[in-house]
Ligand binder design. Structure first.
Ligand code: FMN
Length: 400
């Protein structure tokens, strides 16, 4: 049952099976600290009844940000602000995890002049206006970045968070290490799958070592990159089995990257279901499936019919933050996600990903203000709002 508790491999019990998936809040100012907006937002989601809240991706390196408004988790971050944020997200017997991330080559030009990556493989031509070619990390720099992830885990525990989710999906740095298309390294962090996994494994083991056993460590992993020579389903299954053996507490299944965007579809049903079933059948640890879930029937089927342990809800919980409570009290049927458009097909194609993100970020601001999200299919409002808030470069990549 969705409302049933579940015990993670580290012994921590979750009050139900519903997880708020990571969604970048874009609410931090230039100091990249959590603020009262983050507190209001996560209080609202905690009140909504989910067993677990996962924050939007929090950056582990101040010099390499993924989006405007990111939070950074390092020794410069205000501990009191983190403590207040952790309290807000955990108050309703909710577990609150920080999703820790590094964008690698997916750091936009407006955020980083020279991104870093396992190898100097740039994004495809159509993305050249938005992203610079990355430079290859030295082996020492790779180890320094692993240490930064580990430090982020340590700070998360010290400031009261229930755990972290390591972001190894969506084409960001750890995904780049996993992908044979992006990782051409000749040192111990490249080559065989064992070597390509090493970055992620060392991040996980480093955090496990420095935190207490009750600290939850989860992983968000692509089922596949959906590119010819990228991270494949076959590799992904092997990684899942291996990470389960090493003691990860849960694995969230996702897919795609900036070039092969998969997670913002509307009306395509549940994403990655077949793969998630295969994954759940291969391991004893909880598998979490996120993507496309908007109805009671869909959510219940994932848990009851398909036997997957946890469901992740993203956009649905922006449209209605009370879904978990309403599911449990049998007061929820479904929520509608808008199909956004500027009305100009070529423009929709060009800024398609940005449109969805712009819309949901705008709705997040409504939740912060104690209001409800507003359903619209007109993309112009959200796009202009984003340009006003973050600058034109946040969509075009060009700084004036
Ligand atoms: C505004 C927005 C921001 C997102 N930011 C993140 C993020 O920081 N980390 C992440 O892993 N996924 C992120 N996602 C993807 C979601 O976690 C999720 O995988 C995706 O929205 C599909 O789930 P859904 O259909 O329930 O929304 C984001 C999605 C949206 C809409």
């Amino acid at each position: 049952m969705i409302s049933n508790t579940i015990v993670l491999p580290n012994g921590i019990e979750l009050k139900n099976r519903i997880v708020k998936a990571a969604m970048s809040e874009a609410l931090a100012d230039k100091t990249n600290q959590p603020n009262t907006d983050h507190i209001a937002l996560y209080e609202r989601w905690a009140e909504g009844g989910a067993g677990v809240l996962i924050s939007g991706n929090v950056m582990i390196d101040r010099s390499q940000l993924g989006e405007p408004g990111n939070i950074v988790l390092d020794n410069k971050t205000d501990r009191n602000a983190l403590i207040s944020w952790a309290k807000a997200g955990t108050y309703n017997d909710t577990k609150f995890l920080l999703q820790i991330n590094h964008p690698g080559k997916q750091a936009p030009k407006s955020m980083s002049k020279k991104p870093v990556a396992p190898s100097t493989i740039k994004l495809s031509k159509e993305f050249s206006a938005l992203f610079n070619e990355p430079r290859e990390l030295t082996t020492d720099e790779v180890r320094e970045l692993i240490e930064k992830f580990v430090l982020a885990g340590k700070i998360a525990e010290e400031t009261g968070f229930s755990g972290v989710e390591i972001h190894a999906a969506h084409g960001y740095l750890i995904n780049q290490f996993l992908s044979p298309a992006d990782n051409k390294r000749k040192d111990e962090y490249g080559g065989t799958l064992k070597n390509r996994m090493r970055f992620m494994v060392e991040v996980f083991q480093g955090i496990r070592k420095i935190t207490s056993p009750k600290f939850i460590i989860g992983l968000k992993l692509n089922s596949s990159d959906f590119t010819e020579d990228g991270f494949s389903e076959k590799d992904s299954l092997k990684v899942i089995v291996q990470m389960a053996e090493l003691g990860i507490d849960f694995i969230e299944i996702s897919g795609g990257n900036y070039e092969k965007a998969k997670v913002m579809d509307v009306g395509q049903g549940v994403f990655f279901l077949d793969f998630a079933k295969k994954a759940q059948n291969s391991v004893d640890i909880p598998i979490m499936l996120t993507g496309g879930l908007t109805s009671k029937q869909g959510i219940e089927d994932v848990i009851h019919k398909e036997g997957i342990s946890l469901v992740g809800l993203g956009r649905s919980l922006i449209m209605n933050p009370n879904i978990p409570n309403q599911l449990i009290s049998d007061a929820f049927q479904s929520v509608q996600l808008p199909r956004l458009s500027t009305g100009i097909k070529t423009l929709d194609k060009k800024v398609g990903g940005a449109i969805g993100i712009a819309y949901y970020e705008q709705q997040i601001e409504k939740l912060v203000a104690g209001k409800q999200a507003k359903y619209t299919t007109n993309a112009w409002g959200p796009l202009l709002h984003t340009v006003f808030r973050h600058g034109l470069h946040s969509i075009t990549g060009k700084r004036r």
